[in-house]
Ligand binder design. Structure first.
Ligand code: NAD
Ligand code: ZN
Length: 389
């Protein structure tokens, strides 16, 4: 079958690889009908995430049709149409029992590789490095879905792929980011990053009762989508001082909830924005503000900082002093996707939200390698790309 395969930094290729087979009785195999490229894939593409090996199949936002099920699979049948979460969860451990699916204890066979530094490992993730299980991903014609009774949600209605595909990741991720911002009626919420995750965080902030939503980025089309589709006020961080603008918009107090939907960006493993002295020491030339540090600076005293943005390793120089002294609550994590599938599917089927608004590019799988480049460089107005095998 054809698949998008990681070779090296900025080297993704379409290649013929073996079709996946059932490996465990709890597995299913799906024929992929739609699959997206995520901002998280860019951390692999840019070589920030360790543990990638030449030949790894990419992709963690897939959906498709079930073509084979293992002997112990009870909830899925051949022919079912399913969306597959990026988090692989056993459904029966201490964490899954508390709906903390992305922290599942049983799905990262390489847990010892990261628990050595982190103490514990989060769940295994589809198509996301050997440090997180080394599972083949879904930017391919076929995908093996482990724990098929726990992850995939069946799509019973005839709603098109484009409207349900993002249940695999970015819709629940934006939703959990807003939930984690502890939004109360009347709150002001500021969101750093107007990529796909930021766009869904904007939509969700309104759902949780925000009175004012402010979105920050520098890419014009993304700011435009945040304002036109998301009804957010926007700040272009290249043209305006974010702290000054946010203080002017909040009577000097700062936003009640701040969401970092940026994560490790293409500016030196997330260490940009640090003091000049540190910059000199590490030879950093990029002058872009560091979203996480800026969010901490801007957040109101006693406010909440929600971080869906992915950070890798320990290179982030997060200023704990300001967090402590401003009594800021921090909530973060990979998304517990399974927890949100039913309610968000309900919202889509009831026509309350159509997640396809974020799609700007839809191409065949064979155009995947070029799409990675376009999405990474934020070229051609690309906000979200869907690939159809
Ligand atoms: P993206 O790369 O498309 O979007 C990131 C946006 O941040 C870009 O538009 C960029 O211009 C903007 N940006 C960069 N520096 C900024 C700054 N200093 N201030 C404001 N904006 C800035 O990615 P995405 O798909 O939207 O994902 C966003 C983040 O969420 C990534 O780190 C991704 O890995 C992460 N993510 C996390 C989860 C989870 O489960 N927690 C799931 C999906 C994605
Ligand atoms: Zn993703």
């Amino acid at each position: 079958m054809n698949a998008l395969v990681w070779h090296d930094e900025k080297d993704v290729r379409l290649e013929e690889v073996p079709k996946p087979e059932l490996a465990n009785p709890t597995d299913a195999i799906i024929e992929v009908t739609a699959t997206a490229i995520c901002g998280s894939d860019l951390h692999l593409y840019n070589g920030y995430m360790p543990g990638m090996r030449e030949g790894d199949v990419l992709g963690h936002e897939p959906m498709g049709e079930v073509i084979e099920v293992g002997s112990e699979v009870e909830t899925l049948e051949v022919g079912d149409r399913v969306v597959v979460p990026f988090t692989i969860s056993c459904g029966s451990c201490w964490f899954c029992g508390r709906e903390l699916y992305s922290l599942c204890d049983n799905t990262n066979p390489n847990a010892e590789l990261i628990s050595e530094t982190m103490g514990h490992s989060p769940a295994g993730l589809l198509g996301y490095s050997h440090l997180l299980g080394g599972y083949a991903g879904g930017q391919a014609e076929y995908l093996r879905v482990p724990y098929a009774d726990v992850g995939p949600i069946t799509v019973d209605s005839d709603v098109p792929d484009e409207e349900v595909l993002f249940l695999s990741d970015i819709f629940p991720t934006g939703y959990m980011a807003a939930e984690n911002a502890d939004i109360e009626d009347g709150d002001t919420v500021a969101i750093w990053g107007c990529g796909p995750v930021g766009q869904f965080a904007i939509q969700s902030a309104w759902l949780f009762g925000a009175n004012q939503v402010i979105a920050i980025d520098r890419v014009p089309e993304r700011l435009e989508m945040a304002s036109d589709h998301g009804d957010a006020e926007t700040i272009n961080f290249e043209h305006e001082d974010v702290y000054d603008r946010l203080m002017a918009m909040t009577g000097g107090r700062g936003p009640d909830g701040c969401i970092d939907a940026v994560g490790t960006e293409a500016h030196g493993m997330g260490v940009a924005g640090v003091a000049d002295q540190v910059k000199q020491e590490i030879g950093l030339e990029d002058d872009r503000p560091h979203a996480l540090r800026q969010a901490i600076k801007c957040c109101r005293k006693g406010g909440t900082l929600s971080v869906p943005g992915v950070y890798i390793g320990e290179s982030d120089n997060v200023p704990f002093g300001p967090l402590m002294n401003k009594a800021i609550t921090v909530k973060t994590g990979q998304t517990h996707v399974q927890r949100y599938l039913d309610p968000l599917m309900g919202m889509i089927e009831d026509g309350e939200i159509d997640p396809s608004f974020v799609i700007t590019h839809q191409v065949g799988l064979e155009e995947g390698p070029e799409m990675y480049e376009t999405f990474n460089n934020k070229e051609d107005g690309c906000i979200k790309a869907v690939l159809t095998p």
